[in-house]
Write a protein that binds this ligand. Structure first.
Ligand code: AMP
Length: 384
């Protein structure tokens, strides 16, 4: 369905997916006076706890999906691995933003990289892999080391393996288990950055300042902004994001993850058609958070200001902290620094690697902001 009328406060927004990104979106939406309905297979979810209505049904149950869509004015998502049929069923009834085509491209690494490369966006060389012999020829043309990834359903390094030597080739191909894969030349990057950007129906575009990301065990650990890159690179990163959002085209919000190589080149690694973990610091550091920006973009409202009021940092809180603390982490110890803000997602069961919450802080410099969130996090499990 195509409509250019803005969807105004008081309307009802539908969210596919029910994790923390949906929760923070729902909080932003409620602040502006919208109602929120959440759809996912689970109950008592991070987003469902905050939304007005939580529908718990499989994504494949298209009758339930259509019934959900009939109750809302627009559908967006916080999780891109929703089947295409689900977003198509919604689109028969209400606008879906970003639309199913954006979802289709970005939920499959091979389609995504092919899209980017064919439009001239810089990506690391890659090949499609459907068999061991495909992998053998990809390695002979792109070389070693490389990374073999499943084309679908990968995140936080899941479904990914580094291939260092020829003798690892057979095992790597076997681990794909018949699934479609993508082999990429390994990028010896200097740093990883991301650009979270929004685009409206009328083509208005706004990007947040470039975020710099550090990972532990393939999971985002700490983000700070502005990234420690030169202004020319920052402009180039923003222009890449603008080009990608225009080209897809996106109505809503999209995150572009990039590598900065040792020679200073930017390569696009991955797209996420939604808000992103690296954008959480916008909650406290920018006039408009990434969640409010997503809302403005999908509702056809003017975009909000994305500047940073001061340097800022974010540290993730994984379930590992509960295990290290032998129970509930010491929240009061983290909050002893009055500059630190605590965000928890309402998840009942901490598990290793599970994102349970995050800390944010501002500072006079990024170093100070990073120090604040990391020392506060250390106090959660320590004695100081
Ligand atoms: P992805 O799921 O594609 O975002 O990959 C997760 C992480 O694995 C990235 O943030 C990088 O740290 C690393 N990685 C992925 N692809 C490559 C690559 N081609 N070369 C080097 N590191 C990579």
């Amino acid at each position: 369905m195509v409509t250019t009328d803005p969807i105004l406060p008081g309307a009802t927004l539908g969210v596919l997916g029910s994790g923390q990104l949906g929760r923070m979106f729902a909080i932003a939406a409620r602040q502006l006076g919208y109602r929120v309905h959440v759809y996912s297979p689970e109950t008592d979810t991070p987003a469902g706890q905050v939304g007005d209505v939580e529908v718990a049904a499989p994504y494949e149950d298209l009758d339930r999906v259509r019934a959900f869509a009939r109750e809302v004015n627009v559908v967006t998502f916080e999780f891109e691995n929703v089947p295409s049929a689900t977003s198509r069923a919604c689109a028969e009834i209400v606008p879906v933003r970003p639309d199913g085509e954006v979802l289709h491209v970005t939920q499959h690494r091979l389609r995504e990289k092919t899209f980017l490369a064919s439009r001239g966006f810089p990506v690391t060389p890659f090949r499609a892999i459907r068999s061991e012999s495909d992998l053998r020829s990809a390695i002979s043309s792109l070389g070693l080391p490389g990374v073999l990834k499943t084309a679908s359903f990968g995140y936080d390094g899941k479904g990914q393996q580094k291939v260092r030597h020829e003798d690892e080739l057979a095992a790597a191909a076997a681990a794909l288990n018949g699934a479609e894969g993508i082999y990429e030349a390994f990028v010896d990057f200097e740093k990883e950055v991301s650009v979270v950007a929004a685009r409206t129906l009328t083509g208005e575009f706004a990007a947040f300042p470039v975020f710099e990301n550090t990972h532990v065990n393939h999971i985002l650990d700490v983000t700070f902004a502005p990234a420690a890159i030169d202004p020319r690179q920052a402009r180039e990163a923003e222009e890449l994001a603008r080009g990608i959002l225009d080209m897809l085209p996106v109505v809503g919000l999209l995150t572009v993850e990039m590598f900065v190589t040792r020679s200073g080149k930017l390569l696009v690694n991955e797209l996420a058609p939604r808000t992103h973990n690296s954008g959480h610091l916008t909650l406290n550091a920018c006039p408009t958070s990434q969640f409010e920006q997503q809302l403005r973009a999908v509702c056809g409202l003017p975009l909000g200001a994305t500047r940073m009021e001061q340097p800022a940092a974010m540290a993730n809180l994984l379930g590992d902290l509960w295990l290290a603390a032998g129970g509930v982490p010491r929240w009061e110890a983290a909050l002893r620094d009055p500059n630190v803000k605590l965000h928890l997602y309402g998840k009942a069961t901490p598990r290793r690697g599970r994102k349970m919450g995050h800390l944010t802080a501002g500072g006079a410099t990024v170093e100070e902001a990073v120090r604040r969130v990391t020392t506060a996090r250390a106090r959660l499990t320590g004695n100081s």
